[in-house]
Write a protein that binds this ligand. Structure first.
Ligand SMILES: Nc1ncnc2c1ncn2[C@@H]1O[C@H](COP(=O)(O)OP(=O)(O)O)[C@@H](O)[C@H]1O
Ligand SMILES: [Mg+2]
Length: 317
């Protein structure tokens, strides 16, 4: 794609997901139930994005932190197995790699996360040599990365000055405080990827129209993910919605939004029109709902494009 070493560098949080499926009832305090299916998989929005965009064919580097523990090794080897360069991941004995326990029940899910290293990673541990060698910077999970958070605006600014394009997915705020200065950050962000509930919470509004009015995005393309309804892109005050490639038999929706971002950014880096990027994002997101966890549907490039062709009649151009 270019003379730079990496197409995409991701700065973000790392954790594992322990996914429990097929329980007869939802757990209750003081009782024990059985889950008939269990998967331990790569978790975290940033890592799922990195893994899936690498699987599509981009050259990817990751910058972040784990503990020195089994989950840390698991996260790093999972990324490496998808050809993500993990040289920018710091392993730190003073913290532990975070984990999310997911209980899927009746098409919904309950989750509990131990943040660990996700809260310990700070701005001065970011390896700028890697960023200088990259075309695009993606950052996800603003709220959960409590140490990195205060530096994210500056990191985007500096990356833009270095000539990178940028994308940002805020993700959910587990504290539900939603404190973020978008006016300050958006001028340095090319693609802003919230889901619908996140953008409404961040802007304290109840409709997407009001939310967009409120944040006055300047040149940023705002791409709002709307679950099985698809997604809407807004740029220069013009909104365009596309329906989802509806999957009626969702295995789980873990990482659907991150897979959407991966599909969108992959095409964006090929300088495709935004409408094409948008449609491809929806397609890759739909694909992610067909297998367990965030990366289960993305075993290799060849396999992915075979499925895209069979399921959606899509031909790689
Ligand atoms: N049932 C489904 N069938 C097909 N695509 C889906 C389905 N549910 C979600 N998606 C796709 O996944 C994208 C992201 O889902 P969403 O839940 O809105 O984001 P997030 O995972 O960030 O919360 C949607 O924009 C849509 O393209
Ligand atoms: Mg999301």
């Amino acid at each position: 794609m270019s003379i730079k070493k990496y197409d995409v560098v991701v700065i973000g949080e790392l954790n594992v997901d322990l996914i429990l499926n097929k329980t007869a009832v939802f757990p209750e305090l003081g009782k024990e139930i059985l889950a008939r299916q269990m998967n331990l998989v790569l978790g975290s929005s940033s890592a799922i994005f990195a893994s899936n965009i690498s699987c599509l064919g981009a050259k990817v580097a990751f910058i972040g932190k784990t503990g020195v523990d089994l989950f840390g090794d698991f996260v790093i080897s999972s990324l490496q197995s998808k050809a993500v360069d993990t040289g920018g991941i710091v392993q730190d004995r003073s913290t532990s790699t975070g984990a999310t326990v997911v209980i899927n029940f009746n098409e919904d899910r309950a989750m509990i996360t131990h943040p660990g290293a996700m809260e310990a990673f700070s701005g001065n541990e970011v390896n700028w040599d890697i960023i200088r060698q990259s075309r695009h910077l993606h950052i996800s999970s603003y709220f959960i990365q409590t140490s990195l958070q205060k530096n994210i605006g500056n990191i985007f600014r500096k990356a833009k000055q270095l000539g990178l394009t940028t994308s940002f997915d805020p993700q959910w705020d587990p504290a539900e405080k939603w404190e973020i200065d978008l006016d300050e950050m958006l001028p340095d962000i090319d693609l802003f990827f919230p889901n619908e509930s996140e953008i409404l919470k961040i802007t304290h509004t109840s409709t997407v129209e009001d939310a967009v009015q409120k944040i006055k995005p300047a040149g940023t393309a705002i791409v709002i993910k709307q679950g099985n309804q698809g997604s809407t892109i807004i740029q220069n005050s013009k909104a365009h919605s596309l329906p989802a490639f509806l999957n009626e038999e969702v295995v789980d929706a873990i990482g659907a939004g991150d897979s959407f971002n991966a599909g969108f950014v992959y095409r964006f880096l090929q300088n495709q029109p935004l409408e094409y990027c948008h449609r491809f994002g929806n397609m890759i997101a739909a694909m992610s709902t067909t297998a367990a966890g965030g990366t289960g549907a993305f075993s290799g490039r060849q396999e992915v494009f075979t499925v895209l062709k069979e399921k959606y009649g899509y031909e790689e151009n």
